[in-house]
Design a protein around this ligand. Structure first.
Ligand code: GLY
Length: 389
């Protein structure tokens, strides 16, 4: 098994080193198509901006190569810029700064990176609605008033990945409010987004004047009452992070039961379809990003369970994580395909929003976050623990 993991790791690192000069200072957004393994890039900003940088930091951590570190650091002009643009500020600050400035600080002790990450944590914390006990997820364009109103009371499951930035800031500064916000958001998510059967909504709306709960929706999944597989993956990984950072039994339990739901609903090939409740008559597009995020989350859950001496349970979830990881490797790993700029094919980004023209890449292409969590999952499978969340 170690041999197989080392082979995957070697392919990933050589793909990253090969593509570093091609990608340059750009930040991959999405693959160009099902058969086109090149990246498309955002015009100026997108929530995905940090994942390639995260891969540079992971590769630097493994190889010690300074050129990878320098390439990651050369992006700071952009990451400083994000914090000065009100319309670019949303809950994704956690993704954006955990894999850039926090990664740098944790690996090298860079004090400037620490300052930048704290500034990002402040911007994230300021999105908290203290009365409703939630972090407002999205920022609407100034010109669209109706949309702006509708997003003011919206939380989303992806936000579970953004809370470790706040927990990190609390540990760095001892300012309790960072921790309080992270815990309140995790609790609100557990109460409203995680359903009784431990499937998940994608989003949940609150009335912005009373903060009373309205309803759950599944914006990127098949239907409101279905279970978007990437959302479920964000939840498994996110609650495992919060369990590790707080030791709270409720988060351990949530991560385990969310993972059990996947165990019971995943197809026998162990690569998630983009929605776990997709009717059979629909095209069964895979979402390899849901697979890699889930696999990384299962290893993280294993770590949490080991630290509380639940060894048998840890072995169960880790072995599920390994099976999912090897399933991705077997069918969808394109890291060693000549000219491939990414690591995994067949990821689904926004299926319900895709029209026929966009379907090729919105349903079935590379995704930078799928790639980042694939690398993270491989490293966790090999026993690396101190990563960036
Ligand atoms: N965070 C957005 C997505 O998972 O597509």
């Amino acid at each position: 098994m170690l041999k197989q993991l080392l082979e995957i790791q070697a392919d990933i690192v050589s793909n990253i080193e090969r593509n570093a000069p091609i990608i340059g200072l750009r930040n991959p957004m999405i693959g160009a198509g099902a058969e086109d393994f090149t990246w498309l890039y955002p015009e100026d900003y997108f929530w995905t901006d940090s994942f390639w940088t995260g891969n540079l930091w992971l590769a630097h951590m493994l190889t010690g190569k300074d050129e990878l570190k320098n390439l990651a650091r050369m992006r700071y002009a952009h990451f400083k810029d994000i914090l000065d643009k009100p319309l670019w500020l949303n809950h994704d600050l956690g993704f954006e700064y955990s894999l850039t400035a926090v990664a740098d600080y944790k690996l090298t002790g860079n004090r400037n990176a620490r300052e930048l990450a704290l500034k990002a944590a402040d911007a994230l914390r300021s999105r908290f609605n203290w009365h409703g006990k939630y972090l407002v997820a999205w920022e609407a364009g100034a010109e669209d008033t109706a949309h702006a109103e509708s997003v003011q009371g919206k939380i989303i499951i992806d936000c579970m990945q953004n809370l470790s930035l706040l927990m990190w800031a609390w540990k760095e500064t001892n300012v309790q409010a960072y921790r309080d916000v992270a815990i309140a958001q995790a609790d609100t998510t557990l109460k409203y987004i995680v359903r009784d059967d431990f499937s998940t909504y994608h989003t949940f709306d609150f009335d912005t004047s009373t903060n009373k709960p309205i309803k759950g929706c599944t914006h990127q999944g098949y239907a409101d009452e279905s279970c978007w597989s990437r959302g479920q993956a964000w939840a498994i990984h996110g609650f495992a992070q919060m369990a590790l950072l707080t030791g709270d039994e409720r988060y351990i339990e949530a991560s385990m039961k969310l993972a059990d739901y996947v165990f019971e609903h995943i197809t026998p090939d162990l690569v998630p379809v983009w929605d776990y409740l997709l009717p059979e008559y629909e095209i069964q597009y895979k979402d390899t990003s849901a697979g890699s995020i889930t696999a990384a989350g299962l290893f993280l859950l294993g770590e949490v369970l080991r630290s509380s001496n639940h060894i048998e349970k840890a072995v169960h979830y880790e072995s599920f994580g390994r099976d999912m990881l090897f399933a991705l490797r077997k069918k969808f790993d394109i890291s060693a395909v000549p000219d491939s700029q990414g690591l995994l094919s067949n990821a689904a980004s926004h299926l319900p929003q895709a029209n026929e023209k966009d379907l090729d890449y919105m349903a079935n292409a590379m995704l930078p976050y799928g790639d980042y969590y694939y690398f993270e999952a491989v490293l966790r499978a090999m026993g690396h623990k101190k990563l960036f969340w």
